[in-house]
Design a protein around this ligand. Structure first.
Ligand SMILES: *Cc1c(COP(=O)(O)O)cnc(C)c1O
Ligand SMILES: [Zn+2]
Length: 370
């Protein structure tokens, strides 16, 4: 394998062949830096998928486990020429998680893994189940028992073994880790496994290519575990390190009011998050009470001069309706992102409307029907 893991705490390098999901010191694993390149003339001639950025990805063409994910279109909102919606719900499993799942399952296949275990609030599990099916790897998915029924049907449709866990999202993660440790399976976690972020980083590359080598002033990002936020940051950082963009956009991160541990930490300037009892939130996809990568997430928001927004619960359904009336049918978690954007505009005033901004629509409406 061309890349190695690097511990975010002690800096130790590990071979992915070890199949570990954390450093023995307890630190989270990242991917150690490797050589990348953006040969735009070649990229432009390739098929419209995230694998077109081949020279910036950790796997060769022959290793790819792909369902044609990525290169989603970006459309302007209303008649604005500077506020864009990026349509990540138009993916093989109908959410942005396909970016990460394609890369993660490509890694699992390259490591000759026979069985994987993953936990999720729904969409990551769905994506991982689909790519595992494509790679013919056995797959067990753990989700909270309260997950939207359509997501459960979709996971089962791919042939994954589904485990419904009563209690919180954290109880689900604990059950999955227990199974990983008992069975010696590969932990295909979108939170812990750093290959996932090698997929989500293409979100930034696509925005850059779509804007003809420019980047927006600000990007709005939903944040639960931070897989889109961190991946997008890594993507822009790659382009910046290569001298291809003058600066990295501001990250405006959105949590739902009912479960907003990062928002609270950011407001109070704390390095650590207060463990909180998750209240009810309609945004099930970002209901993460204790995100493992909270240090990294808060760092990105600070470093880019960004902001954290809490989307009011009572605005989420209205936001979903408003998007649908514009022709975009998304799940409540995605509507929360849009509600967050509207809250940000209301807080900061009209100048925000003049910034070039990208808002992701991450999950399709049919995933969560009332
Ligand atoms: C997973 C997901 C999110 C949040 O992503 P994180 O990686 O947990 O921050 C947001 N919206 C949708 C639709 C999702 O599926
Ligand atoms: Zn370590």
């Amino acid at each position: 394998m061309k890349v190695k893991y690097k511990c975010s705490r002690c800096g130790e390098i590990h071979d992915p062949q070890t199949l570990i999901y954390r450093c023995p010191c307890g630190g989270l694993l990242d991917i150690a830096e490797f050589d990348i390149d953006f040969p735009l003339d070649k990229i432009k001639q390739r098929t419209p998928s995230l694998w077109r950025y081949e020279e910036a990805l950790p796997f060769s063409k022959s290793q790819q486990v792909t369902l044609g994910e990525g290169f989603t279109s970006m459309v302007t909102m209303d008649n604005s020429d500077n506020v864009f919606l990026k349509m990540d719900y138009m993916m093989p499993t109908l959410s942005f998680k396909d970016r990460g799942a394609s890369m993660l399952i490509t890694a699992a296949k390259a490591l000759h893994v026979k069985r994987i275990v993953a936990d999720s609030s729904g969409n990551a599990g769905t994506a991982i189940a689909a790519y595992a099916a494509k790679a013919r790897i056995k797959c067990d998915i753990f989700v909270p028992a309260s997950t939207s029924p359509n997501k459960l049907s979709q996971i089962k449709a791919y042939g994954a073994k589904l485990h419904l866990i009563p209690g919180t999202r954290e109880d689900t993660a604990d059950a999955a880790i227990k199974e990983v440790e008992a069975s010696g399976s590969f932990y295909a976690s979108h939170v812990y496994n750093p290959f996932f972020y090698q997929g989500t980083k293409t979100y930034a590359y696509e925005i850059w290519e779509d804007m003809n080598g420019n980047v927006p002033d600000a990007i709005i990002v939903p944040v639960g575990n931070g897989t889109l936020l961190l991946g997008t940051y890594y993507g822009f950082k790659d382009l910046h390190d290569k001298g291809l963009i003058p600066s990295i956009p501001k990250f405006i991160a959105v949590q739902a009011e009912g479960c907003a541990p990062l928002f609270k930490a950011f407001q109070s300037g704390a390095q650590e998050i207060e463990p909180l009892e998750p209240k009810e939130t309609q945004a099930e996809g970002i209901a993460i009470a204790n995100p493992a990568r909270h240090h990294q997430i808060l760092q990105v928001i600070k470093e880019t001069g960004g902001e954290m927004i809490a989307a009011p619960e009572q605005k989420i359904e209205d936001a979903r309706q408003e998007l649908a009336y514009k022709g975009f049918f998304v799940e409540p978690t995605s509507a929360a992102t849009y509600a967050g954007y509207l809250t940000y505009v209301a807080q900061q005033g009209n100048p925000i409307k003049n910034l070039t901004t990208v808002i992701p629509l991450c999950g399709a409406g049919l995933k969560a029907i009332k």
